[in-house]
Design a protein around this ligand. Structure first.
Ligand SMILES: Cc1cc2nc3c(=O)[nH]c(=O)nc-3n(C[C@H](O)[C@H](O)[C@H](O)COP(=O)(O)OP(=O)(O)OC[C@H]3O[C@@H](n4cnc5c(N)ncnc54)[C@H](O)[C@@H]3O)c2cc1C
Ligand code: SF4
Length: 324
């Protein structure tokens, strides 16, 4: 690992002051679960790390208005928070499925959302791929069984954060701070496709930090998160889906359907949402929505199986929400 300087920031002000506009030179360090691995593999080579564990670390579930989750809240605390689980069951469930207890105890919400992609070519310093400024994507003709089935982008990563999927389903926002002050960004617009940001995955500037996740409180919402893992291991899911359905009696007034691990960003499906709108939550409607969700999939050479898996994942998430 390359030697680095260390700044122990006590709060967001000190942390922002220590960051830099130069990409990759100064990096925030939260639980270190992702960043230290990248540094050991020489994929990240910052001159300075800024400890951001001093960022807000509390969860406030509002009876109405906005619920807030600090960036330094541990993933384990999201999973274990009773009021949060009652109001946002899809998020609590997704948090409880992240990695292992040790990973959830160290990993933070901010770090989870900002973790870098798991593409094995990206993680291997021998492969100078598009994402690292190289000439091509090695996944196209290579081992792409866990890569994207949507987006048909020049880089075929899948977005790794399990928490981002339900956060978008619930219509969440991120509070971000930087030298110019603070701003709030729709979680739906926070993650960028590779053609809009090849070297990062979000709209965040390198001198900005995520400080909070903000979630609206809506009455009459049925929601669920469903994920499929390879042999139920501690590894990242192969497919996931979160649904949040605003109900009017027994019919769906409006729906948000978000798939994970299938595209370079958490993948919202307006087609599935349109199928659900105005319908009762029957198995037939869930199947039609799931068909619509995968209709435009563009699998690569080895990941065609993910299309059917994604369809089943969406259908089960909807049926689980129906029972909530
Ligand atoms: C074996 C294994 C299995 C895993 N399985 C899953 C899984 O199933 N689902 C899942 O979602 N995750 C999974 N993870 C990922 C794990 O949850 C993340 O690595 C962890 O949440 C990262 O959090 P951290 O606090 O350790 O972040 P760090 O490693 O400290 O940081 C991660 C990145 O975020 C940046 N960063 C950190 N905080 C901020 C902030 N506040 N603002 C801006 N940038 C910031 C850092 O600079 C770095 O680039 C797994 C990890 C491992 C090792
Ligand atoms: S999918 Fe992206 S990160 Fe992976 S090899 Fe291709 S360009 Fe690189």
């Amino acid at each position: 690992m390359k030697a680095f300087a260390y700044v122990n920031a006590r709060d967001e002000k000190e942390a922002v002051a220590a960051l830099s506009t130069e990409r990759g030179k100064v990096l925030p360090l939260a639980g270190g679960m992702d960043l230290l691995g990248l540094m050991k593999d020489y994929i990240a080579q910052p001159d300075t790390l800024v400890n951001v564990k001093g960022l807000p670390s509390t969860i406030t579930v509002a009876p109405q208005g906005l619920t807030s989750i600090g960036a330094a809240v541990r993933v384990a605390d999201v999973a274990a928070h009773e009021a949060l689980a009652k109001a946002y069951p899809a998020l609590a469930y997704a948090a409880g499925e992240v990695g292992t207890p040790q990973i959830r105890n160290l990993g933070t919400v901010g770090g989870n959302i900002m973790q870098r992609p798991r593409c094995w070519y990206f993680r291997n310093e021998e492969f100078h791929c598009l994402k690292k400024g190289g000439p091509r994507c090695f996944a196209v003709d290579g081992e792409n069984q866990f890569h994207a089935i949507f987006g048909d982008a020049p880089c075929h990563i899948v977005h790794p954060s399990s928490l981002a999927v339900p956060i978008i389903a619930y219509g969440g926002r991120f509070r971000v701070v930087g030298p110019q002050g603070e701003r709030e960004i729709d979680a739906d617009k926070f993650f960028l496709m590779p053609d809009r940001n090849m070297y990062g995955e979000t709209v965040l500037e390198s001198n900005e930090l995520v400080t909070h996740v903000l979630l609206p409180r809506q009455p009459n919402v049925k929601s669920a998160h469903y994920e499929v893992k390879f042999k139920q291991s501690h590894d990242w899911p192969v497919t996931m889906a979160s649904v949040a359905l605003v109900m009017s009696g027994t019919t769906v007034a409006s729906a948000r359907v978000v798939l994970g691990a299938v595209a370079p960003v958490p993948w919202r499906s307006p087609a599935a949402e349109a199928v659900l709108k105005g319908k009762p939550l029957t198995e037939q409607v869930a199947a039609e929505a799931a068909d619509a969700a995968v209709k435009n999939a563009v699998p690569m050479t080895q990941n065609g199986y993910k299309v059917q898996l994604a369809r089943t994942t969406v259908m089960r998430a909807i049926m689980q929400a129906a029972k909530a």
